[in-house]
Design a protein around this ligand. Structure first.
Ligand code: C2E
Ligand code: MG
Ligand code: MG
Ligand code: MG
Length: 291
């Protein structure tokens, strides 16, 4: 039977699958080294309040910078990290690095720093303690940190996940559901977990058309549901002014997307932030005191 299974697999092993399998193996073999050698880096994508287009936060998005400078995107290595368990050390590094950067950013402006958590991390005992440890290590108030999880996490009926949610809430950490609308969550899950924010998936933003009220039906439903549960809404993947104004009309509170800012390296984000607030770009730009 094992032989038959092997033959069946072989039968569908096209060149495309072959390439993907070897990419995967390469990623698996090199990711551990990348972590040890500090090749991971956080980019930051700005988030804005719809009213006034005010910068209110940033999402930290991990990148893998190869020794030759090439960037590898998370879609290529996060799934592999999840399958191999490497997501635990990787996710812990992300949390620590996000808190370190948050401490620096908060010196410039009040911001909410959002960090993605894998379901694997949520299902592991001790997450709330790790988060508390990083916050206190860098002296970051819990209220400045937002943790994003996907709907699949809400469907986990283990006591552990519910308890972790409760501990994080108790600490004052903000909780958001990422890619909302693409999973299977229901009102009852949302009521049970009581998160602070729903991030409307970019597929629903993408289909918005100015003169077609039906195109906004899902975004509208999510926004009204969030409102009735006292949750905030943020729309992801906003690329055009038309999408922005549709979302504003529907009452969406926050916006993230290429229209207003791409994910960028930390130093670029600091310059972006200073440009927003009118803070001088660097010490050279500042008027030097007369001596
Ligand atoms: P996500 O959390 O939903 O992040 C949003 C993704 O959409 C990012 O892709 C971002 O670059 C992209 N994006 C933002 N604005 C726009 C837009 O206007 N148009 C389009 N087409 N795309 C936009 P990225 O950085 O490649 O990340 C992909 C996914 O990888 C993330 O989706 C998240 O699920 C995961 N990820 C990223 N960083 C981490 C991390 O530190 N930990 C974990 N567990 N997952 C992460
Ligand atoms: Mg996210
Ligand atoms: Mg998302
Ligand atoms: Mg996503």
């Amino acid at each position: 039977a094992a032989k038959d299974g092997g033959r069946a697999t072989y039968h569908f092993f096209t060149p495309e699958l072959n390439r993907r399998a070897s990419d995967r193996m390469w990623t698996e073999n090199n990711l551990r080294r990348a972590l040890a050698n500090n090749e991971l880096e956080l980019f930051f994508q700005p988030q804005f309040a719809v009213g006034g287009r005010r910068l209110v936060g940033a999402e930290a998005l991990v990148r893998w910078r190869q020794p030759d400078g090439t960037l590898i995107m998370p879609g290529q290595f996060i799934p592999v990290a999840e399958d191999t368990g490497l997501i635990l050390p990787l996710g812990d590094w992300v949390l620590g690095e996000a808190c370190r950067r948050a401490a620096e950013l908060l010196r410039h402006q009040d911001l909410l720093i959002a960090v993605n958590l894998s379901a694997v991390q949520m299902r592991r005992p001790g997450l709330a303690d790790r988060v508390a440890g990083w916050l206190s290590a860098y002296n970051v108030p819990a209220e400045a940190l937002e943790l994003e999880v996907t709907e699949s996490v809400l469907m986990d009926d283990s006591e552990l996940v519910a308890e972790t949610f409760a501990q994080l809430r108790e600490m004052g950490v903000q909780l958001a559901i990422d890619d909302f609308g693409t999973g299977y969550s229901s009102l009852s899950y949302l009521k049970r977990f009581r998160v602070d924010k729903l991030k409307i998936d970019r597929s629903f933003v993408n289909e918005l058309k100015p003169n077609d009220p039906d195109s906004g039906a899902i975004a509208e439903a999510i926004i009204s549901m969030a409102r009735s549960l006292s949750m905030q809404t943020l729309a992801e993947g906003v690329e055009t002014e038309e999408q922005f104004s549709c979302l504003a009309n529907l009452g969406c509170e926050q916006i993230q997307g290429y229209l207003l800012g791409r994910p960028m390296p930390y130093d670029d984000f600091v310059s972006f932030l200073k440009a927003q607030t009118g803070e001088p770009q660097s010490p050279r730009d500042e008027a030097q005191p007369l001596s």
